[in-house]
Ligand binder design. Structure first.
Ligand code: PDD
Length: 280
């Protein structure tokens, strides 16, 4: 792979970052994941807007212009001949040359990393269409989940809980209500109405979420933004998740209980189709 590091395109084996980098020592960095389908970037502008929000929220400098980010994404797609896949982008507070809790001075350059992950057939993965099974686990993350930081240890632990239980993913629960999935936003459908938690500091403001809700409203589907319990989800007609890498993926089982017919729901599959059609 050819990767991007601070303005340079390098073979991945030559892209080196300091052990003092703030992302490495403090998880002091933010990231974005953009999907590529047929060589095209999906929702790039939305991801860029959120990147800047994350940087602002942490008082981190933005080292590149919008045009620079776009150019680097396009260059990586081309250099790595990516048809379908993902582009990972990370900006950290850089390398102050030592470990210190206080932020480094403003002349410390942020570290910018981008790399591709090739995933041929990303949009027609059978698993995504067949639906996924989830378990619920307590949400033990920090309370600014709207900032997309690289502090991903808890989501990673939750994912391992799911794997240990023999299922695909975990839904995180706080004060009795589902916040979101380990790396996706969570939805249920009841009586034709799409229900998903309202935006706040409690969840990541998914770029795919915004697009899917917009398309749903345009297609005259009812949308209600509010939180729901695992019990309500288990009694729903359908459930699904959204993210840049999963698009719209049906959920067919929650904590061992089949949702609806136990097969991917018709509305979830329809939303997946609409999202893929409209975003390309
Ligand atoms: N995850 N919620 C969480 C906690 C996430 O990590 C993500 C994305 C989402 C969905 O956001 P979006 O639609 O903008 O991708 C919701 C990415 C894909 C990841 O960490 O790989």
């Amino acid at each position: 792979r050819t990767v991007y590091l601070n303005g340079e395109y390098l073979p991945e084996t030559e892209a080196k970052v300091s052990i003092f980098d703030r992302a490495f020592l403090m998880a002091d960095g933010v990231y974005e994941v953009v999907s590529v389908l047929g060589g095209k970037l999906l929702d790039f502008d939305g991801h860029l807007v959120r990147l800047k929000r994350s940087l602002d929220a942490l008082a981190m400098q933005n080292p590149l212009s919008d045009a620079d980010y776009l150019e680097a994404h396009r260059a990586l797609v081309e250099k790595n001949a990516i048809t379908d896949g993902l582009i990972y982008l990370q900006v950290s507070r850089g390398n102050p040359g030592d470990r210190d809790f206080a932020f480094p001075s403003d002349d410390t350059q942020p570290t910018v990393v981008m790399f591709t992950q090739s995933k041929p057939g990303l949009a027609d993965s059978p698993a995504a269409k067949a639906g996924i099974r989830v378990i619920s686990v307590p949400d033990q993350r920090w309370h600014r989940r709207d900032i997309k930081t690289v502090q991903l240890l808890y989501p990673s632990l939750a994912k391992m809980e799911a794997k240990k239980a023999g299922v695909d993913d975990a839904w995180l629960v706080e004060e009795g209500k589902v916040t979101e999935g380990t790396s996706n936003n969570a939805y249920i459908i009841k009586g034709g109405k799409i229900i998903t938690r309202e935006l706040s500091h409690d969840i990541l403001h998914g770029i795919t979420r915004a697009a899917v809700l917009r398309f749903a409203r345009e297609a005259q589907m009812a949308v209600e933004e509010r939180s729901f319990t695992i019990e309500e989800a288990q009694g729903a007609d359908e459930a699904f998740v959204t993210s840049a890498s999963a698009f719209v993926t049906p959920v067919i089982e929650i904590d061992g209980k089949a949702i609806g017919t136990g097969k991917p729901g018709a509305l979830a599959l329809r939303l997946r189709e609409i999202y893929l059609e409209e975003s390309l």
